[in-house]
Write a protein that binds this ligand. Sequence first.
Ligand code: NAD
Length: 314
Amino acid sequence: MRQTAIRPVRSVAVIGAGTIGASWAACFLAHGLEVVAYDPAPGAPELMRRMVAQAWPVLERLGAVAPGADPGRWRFEADPARAAEGADFVQESAPERYEAKQPLLRAVAAVLPADVVIASSTSGLLASRLAEGCTHPERVLIGHPFNPPHLIPLVEVVGPHASRAAIEAALAFYRSVGKRPIEIRKEVPGHVANRLQAAMWREAVHLVAEGVASVADVDAAVSEGPGLRWALMGPTLTFHLAGGEGGMAHFLRHLLPAMQGWWDTLGRPEMTPELQRRLVEGVAEEAAGRSVTDLARWRDEALVRLLAAREAVS
Ligand SMILES: NC(=O)c1ccc[n+]([C@@H]2O[C@H](COP(=O)([O-])OP(=O)(O)OC[C@H]3O[C@@H](n4cnc5c(N)ncnc54)[C@H](O)[C@@H]3O)[C@@H](O)[C@H]2O)c1
């Protein structure tokens, strides 16, 4: 990708329209874009229709629907190359396997000019391998969303082999559809956010394994405490505030020795069948009869209100 001017995006190809692809489509449509999709599953258009219908009123409540945006401005094509033709950006969300994604990415890359960015939603595959064999591999990168992409702002952009122009174009595109992209400069397993989740969960499991607290109490130690602040600012900015007027510099002088002492004792639990059983039983006790569907409905409703509240005071 040699061009430095960023191509304006009017039409997006959504390749793979399951949980993530259909949610991406709702986000793109709400921002006034056209969506052309490809997904071989016979039920895919119906899933897209349902997802867009459910997401639209929520996005309207969040003020995330652009004037003139049309929830019906999508169609499916019978093959990936046809879906990609004429697209200004591609978001691939096919099954998480190189054998599934690589042929798709090659097929769409073959019909697209060099300045069209092709982004994969992959959670764990390497950008450099996904780009192998694609025409203009320097515009193939990862744009990793969080479920559901039409609500969660974070997108992790990863492309160590990608051109600067492609990275900038992807960052600009995601910002234009209301996302908060971050750039990941080195390929690491799990990108950044999943590594942070993994670090936190490892210690949560360790605390349960050691009998320090129940599953429900360890969860409450996050959601009723620091988790509330983390929805507003990340851990380093949070500690900058913990340093009072002196900010991070004071925090480091004052609290780093204690923190380092805790770091030295963090656990690495062995996931024995017995520990796994305790986690399953512990979380069932915490759920107290609420089904996963009930909990997800409550979480999504609260998430929308939280996002709206953040918007209102920003
Ligand atoms: N589910 C999540 O929480 C999550 C979060 C972030 C990223 N992702 C990533 O998004 C991608 C999709 O995950 P998902 O959860 O939407 O899975 P999913 O199973 O819900 O959707 C995958 C879709 O791909 C379709 N598909 C199968 N073969 C295809 C092909 N050859 N071409 C095009 N489409 C094909 C399937 O019919 C299905 O609709 C994965 O790479 C995953 O790692 C998932």
